[in-house]
Design a protein around this ligand. Structure first.
Ligand code: GLN
Length: 309
């Protein structure tokens, strides 16, 4: 009789270890390190870690659990969650849309085509617009407020990675500045361009391990009164439709889990009602998504039948 393995709880450690070894191959051949942030280009291409947690508290981990990395865009779902909790959906979606985009994550052309109204909160434009809503007087206090909230709610240990922040600041990101100006000119920015960009840069440099990233992911698998289930639903829907930028549609077909990436090689998937999968491997594909991370998610989703569809 054929045996079916269904759900995260059917994962075995030896299966996970085998996939982690296999994931090195696509990472080596198909991925590149981003060079526009020098600190990210210094990562080792063979760094790899995965941490999976389920609602029963079981943990499966493989690779180097001590690696700490900046979240980069993997922080975006949590900026959205925080603002939904603080301000409500109506206020948040006055500031940013819900439409997917087939353009790259930092596309100024997309923003211009949309007359300065950011398409969704998973793109740089949408996250930048949301930065201007965060409470605090400057980049440091805005980032610190969110960091403390996340650490408390998710029971994790995010820190500001000062070295990466210095590296981000060392090469002025003209595209992100132009995006902030475009949003400001259209009347959708609630703070100065300088404070908004500084907040964005600092938040992208919040860093932790895959264990921390999985803890953040568990915030989106609601239990108790940590966050409103309704807000989790909104965040997961936007991760599914927009979280991997132009790859979101094909990923929904191949894997089918709400997922968010960052150019550092961070990758987080939520398995609704079941748990969270956090991966880290620095080489990324042309869309900015971790190659080894995508490989691992594909193995997990296919073999454990995790797709939400
Ligand atoms: N800080 C990065 C940037 O603005 C984050 C982008 C990403 O992770 N995709 O380019």
């Amino acid at each position: 009789m054929k045996r079916y393995f269904i759900g995260l709880q059917s994962l075995t450690q030896s299966q996970l270890d085998a996939w982690v070894i296999q994931a090195q191959i696509p990472a080596r051949s198909g991925g590149k390190l981003p060079d526009y942030i020098p600190g990210l280009a210094e990562a080792q291409p063979d760094w790899l870690a995965v941490h999976i947690r389920n609602v029963n508290g079981d943990i499966y981990a493989s690779g180097d659990m001590t690696l700490s990395f900046p979240l980069m865009s993997a922080v975006k779902p949590f900026v959205l969650l925080y603002l939904l909790e603080q301000l409500g959906a109506e206020r948040v979606f006055d500031q940013v849309g819900m439409l997917p985009s087939d353009r790259p994550f930092n596309s100024l052309a997309q923003l211009r085509a949309d007359e300065g109204f950011p398409r969704n909160p998973m793109l740089n434009s949408g996250a930048i617009a949301l930065m201007s809503l965060l409470p605090g007087t400057d980049g440091l206090s805005r980032c610190e407020n969110l960091r403390q909230w996340l650490n408390e709610k998710a029971d994790c240990h995010l820190v500001l990675d000062e070295l990466i922040l210095e590296s981000v600041r060392s090469l002025r990101n003209e595209t992100n500045i132009a995006i902030a100006r475009e949003i400001a000119d259209a009347g959708y920015l609630q703070a100065s361009v300088a404070v908004t960009i500084d907040t964005y840069n600092q938040l992208c440099c919040l860093a932790g391990t895959v264990g921390d990233l999985a803890s953040l992911g568990m915030l989106l698998v609601p239990f108790g009164d940590r966050v409103l289930p309704e807000n989790c639903r909104i965040v997961k829907a936007l991760m599914t439709t927009c979280g991997l930028y132009e790859s979101s549609g094909s990923f929904a077909v191949q894997v089918g889990l709400p997922t968010k990436s960052g150019v550092s090689g961070a990758l987080l998937s939520v398995v609704p009602g079941e748990g969270a999968i956090a991966c880290y491997s620095p080489p990324i594909d042309a869309a900015g998504n971790s190659v080894a991370g995508l490989f691992l998610l594909e193995q997990l989703a296919r073999n454990l039948h995790l797709s939400v569809f």
